[in-house]
Ligand binder design. Structure first.
Ligand code: FAD
Ligand code: SF4
Length: 483
C-alpha cells in the first residue's frame, strides 16, 4: 500500500509525456512530430498544478496568460472554457503551445518544478487550442462599436497579428500589410511544418480576419507605399511596424557564393513557404544534398538540419563553434535533432567552402575551437586551435548564422530613428518611435528574439496606440504614465 502511494507520488513529479512519431519514421515525412495530449492525459497533467495563490508561472509569461485559471478549467474537463480563458490574453495559443521556449518562460517559474518536472503548461495550451479548433467552436468575440480610426499594421508575423487583433477589438479599422503572398511571418516561412503545421497558422490568421482585420498581401511597404503616404494619402491615423529582421548574415569566408550554398532563410522559405519538398506538385525546386553541412546552433540551424534530413540526405552535419551547453536553440529541438541522427560537430568552425571546378561546393574546410574567457554575451569565447584544419566532403552548405534588419522600409522613412545596426529605436513600454503616430516592435526593434516577445510588443503597442488616439500624446513619459 505504502509502496503504491510512493509510486503515485513519484509519478506526480513527472510530466505526462506527449506521444510522438518515432525518429526513424518521422525523418521520412514532414508531419508534425508530437501528437498532442488526449483529453485524459490533459486532465492528468493539469491536476499536477497546485493552483498557487501567488502563481509565479505568470510572472514569466510575456503576455500574462491566467495560467492557474486555465489549468483549473482543464482539470474540471471544461476544455472550451479553458481555451477562451487563454485567448483573453493570447491570440495565438496553438502557435505558442508549440514553439514558445516554455522551459525558460512560464515553466521555469512553476513551483512544481522545484521538486520535479514543472507542469507542462505549453503542452496544455496547445491541447486547449486544438480542442477548440477540432470542436469547430471557435468563439468570435462581439465586435465593439467602430471608433472611425484607421490603423496600418505592417508585417503579419506574430507581433503584427497580435497588435492587429487587439486594435480590431478596440473598434478601429485595421489593415494588415504583408510583403509575402501569405500571412504569418516566420511562423509560415521559417518554422517547418513538422514543428508548426501551416494549417494552424492559417487558422489563427483566419481568426484575426474574423475579428475584422483586412489583410493585404503582396504589399511591400516602402516600395508600394511609404509610411508618409499611408498617413497623408490614405488617411491612416497611426501605424505599427513589425517587419521582423529577415536579412540573412554570412560569415564572409571564401566560397559562400558557390552553387549549393544556401542562406538558411532561402532554404527554409523554399521548403516551408513554397513547399519545395513536394516538387514537382509545387513549382519551387530545392537541391537535395547527400552530405549537408548546416552552420550554427540556434533554432534556425536546427530546423534547417532537420529539413535536410527529411529531404533524404545521407549525412547531415551541424557545425557549431561553441559547445552544446551554449547552443541558443530550444532544448526540445536539440533533443529531436540528436534523435533524428544529425551529427553534431561541436567546437568547430568553417573557414572556406571548396569549389569542384564547376562552381559547385564539394567540400568545407573547418578548424577546431576551444572555449576561452567569457565574451560580452557572458558565454565563453571560442578560440581557434592552431593547426587543427580539416576538410569534409559536402554537396550542400547552409549557413544559419542569424539575421539582421532589412532596410527596405526604413530607408524610405528617414525621420524614423534607427540604432547603429539598423534596428528601429522604440520605447520599451509603448513601442513609440521617433516619428509621430508610428509604433514599432518585434524583431525589427529587439533583433532576432522569440514569438512570444514579438507578441508582447504587439500587445503593448496596441495599448499605447489606443491612448495615443485618445489624446494624441507625443511625449513618451506622458504616454507611459497613461497606460
Ligand atoms: P516576423 O515573424 O519576422 O514577421 C515579419 C513579417 O513582416 C514577415 O511576414 C515579412 O514578410 C513582413 N515584412 C517585412 N518587411 C515588410 C515590408 N516592408 N512591408 C510589409 N511586410 C513586410 N521563436 C520562438 O519563440 N520559438 C521558436 O521555436 C522559434 N523558431 C524559429 C525558427 C526559425 C527558422 C526562425 C527564423 C525564427 C524562429 N523563432 C522562434 C524566432 C521567431 O520566429 C521571431 O522572433 C518572431 O517571428 C518575430 O516576430 P515578428 O512579428 O517581429 O516578425
Ligand atoms: Fe500551477 Fe505551477 Fe503556475 Fe503554481 S506555478 S499555478 S503549480 S503552473
Amino acid at each position: 500500500m505504502e509502496e503504491q502511494e510512493e509510486k503515485k507520488e513519484q509519478k506526480k513529479k513527472i510530466k505526462v509525456k506527449m506521444r510522438e512519431q518515432p525518429p526513424l519514421e518521422r525523418i521520412k515525412n514532414f508531419n508534425e512530430v508530437p501528437h498532442g495530449y488526449s483529453p485524459e492525459e490533459a486532465v492528468e497533467e493539469a491536476t499536477r498544478c497546485l493552483s498557487c495563490k501567488r502563481p509565479t508561472c505568470v510572472d514569466y509569461c510575456p503576455v500574462e496568460v491566467d495560467i492557474p485559471g486555465f489549468l483549473k478549467l482543464v482539470k474540471e474537463g471544461k476544455f472550451l472554457e479553458a481555451a477562451y480563458k487563454v485567448k483573453e490574453t493570447n491570440a495565438l495559443p496553438a502557435v505558442c503551445g508549440r514553439v514558445c521556449p516554455q522551459e525558460v518562460q512560464c515553466e521555469s517559474g512553476c513551483i512544481v518544478g522545484k521538486k520535479g518536472e514543472p507542469v507542462a503548461i505549453g503542452n496544455l495550451e496547445r491541447f486547449v487550442a486544438d480542442y477548440e479548433a477540432e470542436k469547430g467552436e471557435v468563439m468570435i468575440p462581439e465586435k465593439p462599436k467602430p471608433t472611425g480610426r484607421k490603423i496600418a499594421v505592417i508585417g503579419s508575423g506574430p507581433g503584427g497579428l497580435t497588435c492587429a487583433a487587439d486594435l480590431a477589438m478596440s473598434g478601429h479599422q485595421v489593415t494588415l500589410f504583408e510583403a509575402l503572398h501569405k500571412a504569418g511571418g516566420v511562423l509560415i516561412y521559417g518554422i517547418p511544418e513538422f514543428r508548426l503545421p501551416k494549417q494552424i497558422v492559417a487558422r489563427e490568421v483566419d481568426y484575426i480576419k474574423k475579428l475584422g482585420v483586412e489583410l493585404v498581401v503582396n504589399a511591400v511597404i516602402g516600395k508600394l507605399f511609404t509610411i508618409d503616404e499611408l498617413f497623408n494619402e490614405y488617411g491612416y491615423d497611426a501605424c505599427f511596424i513589425c517587419i521582423g529582421a529577415g536579412l540573412p548574415m554570412f560569415m564572409g569566408i571564401p566560397g559562400e557564393n558557390l552553387n549549393g550554398v544556401y542562406s538558411a532563410n532561402e532554404f527554409l522559405t523554399r521548403s516551408n513557404l513554397m513547399k519545395s519538398y513536394l516538387f514537382p506538385n509545387y513549382d519551387t525546386p530545392i537541391k537535395k544534398g547527400k552530405r549537408v553541412a548546416v552552420v550554427g546552433g540556434g533554432n534556425v540551424a536546427m530546423d534547417s538540419a532537420r529539413i535536410a534530413m527529411r529531404l533524404g540526405a545521407e549525412k547531415v552535419y551541424l557545425i557549431y563553434r561553441r559547445s552544446e551547453v551554449e547552443m541558443p536553440a530550444r532544448k526540445a529541438e536539440v533533443h529531436h535533432a540528436h534523435e533524428e541522427g544529425i551529427e553534431f560537430l561541436l567546437l568547430t568552425n568553417p573557414t572556406r567552402y571548396i569549389d569542384d571546378g564547376k562552381g559547385n561546393v564539394c567540400a568545407v574546410e573547418c578548424v577546431k575551437m576551444e572555449l576561452g574567457e567569457p565574451d560580452e554575451s557572458g558565454r565563453r569565447k571560442p578560440v581557434v586551435i592552431k593547426g587543427s584544419e580539416f576538410q569534409m566532403e559536402i554537396d550542400i552548405a547552409i549557413p544559419a548564422l542569424g539575421t539582421k534588419a532589412n532596410p527596405l522600409l526604413t530607408k524610405t522613412t528617414t525621420d524614423l530613428k534607427l540604432n547603429k545596426r539598423g534596428y528601429i529605436i522604440a520605447e520599451e513600454a509603448t513601442g513609440m518611435t521617433s516619428k509621430r503616430g508610428v509604433f514599432a516592435g518585434g524583431d525589427i526593434v529587439t533583433g532576432a528574439a522569440t514569438v512570444i516577445l514579438a507578441m508582447g510588443a504587439g500587445r503593448k503597442a496596441a495599448r499605447a496606440t489606443n491612448e495615443y488616439l485618445k489624446w494624441k500624446y507625443w511625449d513618451v513619459s506622458n504616454l507611459a504614465k497613461a497606460i
